[in-house]
Design a protein around this ligand. Sequence first.
Ligand code: BTN
Length: 252
Amino acid sequence: IKQSRTCFMGKEIEFYEEIDSTNIRAKNWSKEGAIEGSLVIAEKQNAGRGRMGKQWDSPKGEGIWMSFIVKPVMSIEKIPQLTILAGLSMCYSIRQVTGLDIYIKWPNDLVVNNKKVCGILCEMVKVKDELVVVVGIGVNVNSKKFPDDLSHATSLYLEGKKLFSRESIIKSFLRRFEENYKIYIETGSLMNFIGDYKNYCINLNKQVKIIEGQQEFIGFVRDIDQEARLIVEKEDGSLISILSGDVSVRGL
Ligand code: BTN
């Protein structure tokens, strides 16, 4: 990736044949003074990490394993919305490059035919007095098969029946995310994006099971609000709003 036609996203890139986790490297790089938009890409991760302490399989050459750094000047509770923006941006890019009907599973998994192709792990670090956000994205691009315990996973290759260029997807993503991020910072809200987000979100107007630690309950997703919170009607008719954090949502 030499010319990404962006102002800051991917202006500095570190490329690794093999690494523990691009998120870990991006966090360390930010402590060494990485500029906004710095990007870490790896062919293979040996300790790829997912949300909620899970591991993320990242075999050599099969996908996009990357993390980038942003330094948004905004209040801390708005940070999780950046993952919404990243997920939506990647959704547009994959649609554009592959033509596949890819959707968002709240908050920011991307799915094709209900199976996961992309996940995002956002982490925050304090560097001196500055808040740095590392956004890690994993996309299963050309994987030909998955282990049996990953039956809910798929790849763009398996769904589209052809190989896709990882570089085209990354370039498209860098441009789109940059564009969207500028708007997000200017307006300080997701209002310009929530309409598209709702169009692509598979959970809207569907039953879901919400799992939060040991607790779980079933509800119906009535709406997604301007902050991308899920508005869920419980079985007793009461409404609650759910922030992404450490909740897992399953479609029923
Ligand atoms: C999820 O659980 O859905 C999030 C998966 C995030 C995986 C990506 S791959 C690149 C980056 N480095 C990591 O260790 N994790 C993220």
